[in-house]
Design a protein around this ligand. Structure first.
Ligand SMILES: Cc1cc2nc3c(=O)[nH]c(=O)nc-3n(C[C@H](O)[C@H](O)[C@H](O)COP(=O)(O)OP(=O)(O)OC[C@H]3O[C@@H](n4cnc5c(N)ncnc54)[C@H](O)[C@@H]3O)c2cc1C
Length: 475
């Protein structure tokens, strides 16, 4: 069906990044804000629903709309303006984090908040209000957004900032694409004085040591992230490696400016300069199939002592932040069932008890996440925030193709969610595939949910914008 001569919805399979959930939808790739508005009008006229999609890096169903319509913003990828003195940049929503830093690094700027992959779009980063390894220090992506243009189904195009339509500004950031489509976003990048960071690795013996280290370092470190070996039991439960990275001051790194070359920031595509990293996932797949993930984790933990001895060392921003981009298509190691991530955010006072309970329950169920990542967070002013004054633990699970095993994993995660909610915790919808309807108001509280629903009624009265996620949570 054509909107104009150049635009057409095509039926496609649309999935989550984790490959565990997917559905067919009619997909359109607009190239301008006018086409976004026209698509909204057309889908409304057809009585359909519309989901917005950036780079499709959400693990679950946040950017899916099974049997409905999807606007894929990946073709709106122009950098509209950049001030090399202030680092303020205006972009279309499909511009990726990688596009951002490649454009800005030679001027000495880097995005203030980046996720574990640089493939995500600025639209998706804003809608989910992504956090980085520096969330405890600088807040989420939204805290660095200066303004945006939002195309809404019911109220036209709105310009929003902290001074203009401030309520919409604070709700659309974190609003997982439910209030409108960002068509232009202005972000303030941060100044860097070297293309590298100073990095330390510290081997940690248990969960308490990891949490304590985050507390000890968060006043001084720029970035902190802990890898946990979730297979370790008993006194070693929650052991792992904490990585700290600090920005370098002017003149501290004699070679630092050389690394402003974007080509030196990209993670290398070959292992030892020889083996294409695209070939690594089958080896990882074999480790999963042979049940050897526990051994791999043990080896990684043992190796962390050596990394600690050679610390600190210098590493490019790209290499430090985008570890998950090192092995292209690494998620294929979980084929054919795919993966889900369960990432609870737990207030500091309850964190050790709740996180220990989660890890122990997984171990007792014999369903141990192959990856665990611990971060420190702080609250932020966005309506649908996932952050707390506490910690998150991202837990990655392989999904079986056996329906009974798949259902058991979903049940386990729902039981874990109860533990988190009872402990005053929250969840992050970019990583969710399992939460049930009742969780939505328990996560956000009745007052915030009522405010969000009132805004939805004002900006999208026909409930045009929906996704599989929003229907699952009855948003
Ligand atoms: C390997 C990996 C590592 C990750 N690490 C982190 C991490 O460290 N921290 C973190 O916070 N996240 C992390 N993520 C999650 C990721 O940052 C979020 O899912 C992000 O939202 C993905 O952006 P996207 O462009 O792919 O958006 P999509 O996944 O396509 O969409 C995400 C949401 O944004 C909405 N949306 C997209 N574009 C627009 C628009 N133009 N206007 C309005 N709404 C829109 C969609 O409707 C959807 O609800 C990671 C993901 C991967 C795959």
């Amino acid at each position: 069906m054509a909107i104009d001569a150049t635009m057409e919805f095509r039926e496609e399979l649309v999935g989550g990044w984790g490959m565990a959930v997917q559905g067919r939808a009619h997909v359109l790739r607009p190239t301008s804000a006018e086409q976004v508005a026209a698509a909204m009008t057309l889908v409304r006229r057809r009585g359909g629903t519309l989901a917005l999609r950036g780079a499709g890096c959400s693990y679950g169903d946040a950017a899916m709309n099974s049997a409905g319509y999807v606007l894929d913003l990946g073709q709106m990828r122009r950098i509209l303006a950049f001030d090399p003195r202030s680092g303020v940049i205006s972009v279309e929503p499909g511009v990726t984090i990688r596009d951002l830093w490649r454009h800005a690094i030679s001027y000495g700027f880097w995005p203030p908040v980046v996720p574990g992959t640089s493939a995500v779009s600025v639209g998706g980063a804003t809608a989910m209000n992504i956090h980085g390894k520096n969330n405890f220090a600088v807040g989420p992506f939204g805290e660095h957004v200066e303004s945006f243009a939002l195309e809404t189904p019911g109220a036209g195009s709105l310009r929003c900032s902290r001074d203009q339509n401030a309520d919409v500004f604070h709700a659309a950031i974190s609003g997982f694409g439910m209030l409108g489509c960002f068509t232009e976003i202005t972000v303030r990048l941060k100044r860097v004085h070297s293309g590298r960071l100073r990095v330390w690795a510290v081997a940690t013996n248990d969960l308490a040591a990891n949490l304590q280290l985050l507390e000890d370092l968060r006043g001084t470190a720029d970035y902190l992230v802990g890898w946990l070996d979730l297979h370790a039991t008993g006194a070693a439960l929650g052991r792992g490696t904490m990585h700290r990275a600090d920005q370098l001051h002017p003149g501290e790194d004699a070679e630092g400016l050389r690394y402003f070359d974007p080509a030196l920031q990209d993670v290398p595509t070959r292992l030892f300069g020889v083996v294409p990293k695209g070939w690594l996932w089958p080896g990882m797949w074999a480790a999963v199939q042979l049940g050897q993930v526990g051994t791999v984790n043990w080896a990684k933990f043992v190796a962390s002592a050596r990394e600690q001895r050679r610390s600190p060392y210098l590493q490019t921003h790209g290499a430090f932040h985008f570890l998950l981009d090192y092995v292209p298509r690494w998620q294929w190691m979980t084929r054919p069932g795919g993966l889900i991530q369960f990432q609870p955010f737990v207030p500091q006072a309850n964190a050790e008890r709740v996180l220990r309970t989660l890890i122990e329950r997984c171990q007792r169920a014999g369903t141990v996440p192959y990856l665990g990542v611990l971060k420190r967070h702080r609250p932020d002013p966005f309506l649908m925030t996932h952050a707390v004054d506490g910690y998150s633990l991202a837990m990655d699970f392989c999904v079986s193709t056996d329906p009974a095993k798949r259902a058991a994993l979903w049940r386990l995660c729902q039981e874990l969610a109860e533990v988190v909610l009872d402990g005053g915790g929250r969840f992050y919808y970019a990583k969710d595939a399992v939460l049930e309807e009742s969780s939505f108001s328990r996560v956000h509280g009745a007052a915030s949910v009522a405010k969000f629903r009132a805004l939805k009624q004002r900006l999208d009265p026909d409930r045009l914008l929906q996704s599989d996620l929003s229907r699952r949570l009855a948003v």
